[in-house]
Design a protein around this ligand. Structure first.
Ligand code: SF4
Length: 364
């Protein structure tokens, strides 16, 4: 199927899901299927159990924003798997809650209700590898083409299923870590990464250690800029990432960006992640916006706050940070919208008359 036909069919499916009322206890939950699920041409599809209350149900992005999402993103980073190569969905597309409003597993009826949508997603995306996360996701695949796999016996194996390869893994949530430790889950993802390379999906070239480099870049921006709006931070990191990719041919941090209503959003800059990564990060609420900064004792003079400038890469990062220093949010936004990846997205939106909010931003 041509890419444009695929987008049209996928949008039609998402619209259908938005109106679905099959599961009464999910009436108030968001329907999580859209371009935020990932790349429609992905050769790898992940199927989780259900959107989490503090995860996809709040952020609109599968496996993002809660503890399970953080663990999942860390496992991807550890094994060198890029979110840009994935399509991520769930056995049920809405968040099931218990009577206290907490996350609750989907029941058999709900999984059954949503299995037609799951099959439609698999048929449309047509991935070579399907990865299930947890027992319920594995059971959901059995409703599409029968199998007798159990998570305990078939974890970290590649099984022929529905014309593709099925790899059962444990769920990355905290509870599942009791049954499958973090070191074991890391080995599972390394196995998965090998399978992914076998089908020709290459590891993306990234400079430095993904998270550490990103945190260093954020600290350098805040040191030079002083207090910086959360809005601007996403755009500045995007401009640095893109500039680096254009100049050096590989990625600076490998962070994942999506097109949101006001421009690029970097999932790796989720506020909880930043809080965990940067001690003493100042977070100020300014109306509905957030402003981030470093406390005065962490602010050095300009020479110290920038990268050491020993290498061409450091010099590039310093130059870029200084280029955007003191720019207003509006000026930064304009620069972002003039970049090639954003122009490509805007062009597609115009031609196809759709909005591509939450679509991955592709750098190549
Ligand atoms: S979980 Fe699936 S079947 Fe149930 S209401 Fe949501 S979209 Fe419909």
């Amino acid at each position: 199927m041509q890419n444009s036909e695929k987008i049209v069919s996928f949008n039609a499916l998402s619209m259908c899901v938005k109106k679905c009322k099959l599961c009464p206890r999910m009436n108030d939950s968001a329907r999580i299927l859209g371009l935020s699920s990932g790349t429609l041409d992905a050769k790898i599809m992940f199927i989780g159990e259900a959107p989490g209350r503090l995860g996809a149900d709040s952020t609109g992005i599968p496996f993002h924003g809660d503890r399970a999402g953080d663990n999942f993103e860390n496992l991807l980073e550890f094994s060198g798997i890029s979110r840009e190569d994935l399509f991520i969905t769930n056995a049920v597309l809405c968040n099931p809650k218990d009577e206290k409003g907490n996350n609750s597993p989907p029941n058999k009826v709900e999984i059954n209700n949503c299995s037609n949508y799951l099959q439609e997603q698999i048929d449309l995306i047509n991935p070579t590898i399907v990865v299930t996360l947890g027992a319920n996701a594995l059971k959901a695949t059995g409703l599409i083409e029968v199998h007798d796999l159990t998570l305990k016996d078939s974890v970290r194996t590649a099984v022929d299923w529905y014309g593709r390869s099925l790899i059962p893994l444990y769920h990355p949530g905290q509870r599942a870590m009791l049954h499958r430790s973090l070191p074991n889950q890391r080995s599972d993802y390394q196995f998965l990464a090998e399978q992914i390379r076998r089908i020709g999906v290459k590891k993306r070239k990234v400079h430095g250690k993904t998270n550490e480099t990103l945190v260093d870049v954020v600290k350098a921006i805040l040191s030079v800029n002083g207090d910086t709006s959360y809005f601007a931070l996403h755009k500045l990191v995007y401009l640095l990432e893109l500039g680096f990719s254009e100049e050096f041919g590989d990625r600076l941090t490998g962070a994942y960006f999506i097109r949101q209503k006001d421009g690029p959003y970097c999932t790796d800059l989720h506020i909880t992640k930043l809080k965990n990564a940067i001690d003493n990060l100042k977070i100020i609420k300014n109306g509905v916006s957030l402003v981030l900064g470093l406390p005065p004792k962490d602010l050095f003079d300009e020479g110290e706050s920038l990268f050491s400038a020993r290498t061409k890469v450091d010099q590039f990062i310093n130059k870029k940070i200084l280029e955007f220093r003191n720019k207003t949010n509006a000026e930064i936004k304009t620069r972002v919208y003039l970049t090639k990846p954003m122009k490509n997205i805007l062009k597609q939106e115009k031609i196809k008359k759709i909005n591509m909010y939450n679509a991955p931003i592709i750098f190549e």
